[in-house]
Write a protein that binds this ligand. Structure first.
Ligand code: HEC
Length: 102
């Protein structure tokens, strides 16, 4: 193998690691937010309680994050309006966590 091919291979590995790693880290940050802000209504495992079950949701990460930070007029409270005390990053993290619920 030539040096340049080796470098390309290393670069490819580095890029792959960077793309794959942040997701679980993000979901982990979301776990704490979920427990504090969502579990009471959606259940600790996302199995549903007052609110619908979230595990296996067909919504995308972005749809979930948007619902949390912007609210949706067509939804029932508390999601008619943006949830208070939730930053965009918190919303993304918690959305990643919700998508990981099984
Ligand atoms: C006060 C109770 C309550 C809290 C707190 C709450 N939810 Fe909800 N959630 C609901 C209810 C009720 C609905 C159903 C709204 C509707 O369908 O009109 C819902 C719907 C949703 C939906 C849409 C589900 C679907 O399939 O359409 C998502 C996603 C969601 N909640 C995520 C969250 C997340 C994440 C948090 C925490 C940041 C959270 N909710 C906090 C009660 C709550």
């Amino acid at each position: 193998m030539t040096l340049s091919k080796l470098l390309m291979l290393l670069l490819a590995i580095a890029v792959t690691v960077c793309v794959l790693l942040p997701q679980p880290a993000l979901a982990q940050a979301g776990a704490a937010t979920y427990k504090a802000k969502c579990a009471a209504c959606h259940g600790p495992e996302g199995q549903g309680k007052v609110g619908p079950a979230l595990k296996g949701t067909s919504l995308s990460n972005d749809q979930i994050a948007n619902l949390l930070t912007k609210g949706d007029d067509a939804k029932k409270p508390p999601h008619k309006k943006a949830l208070s005390g939730l930053s965009t990053d918190d919303a993304k993290a918690v959305a990643a966590f919700v998508k990981g619920l099984k």
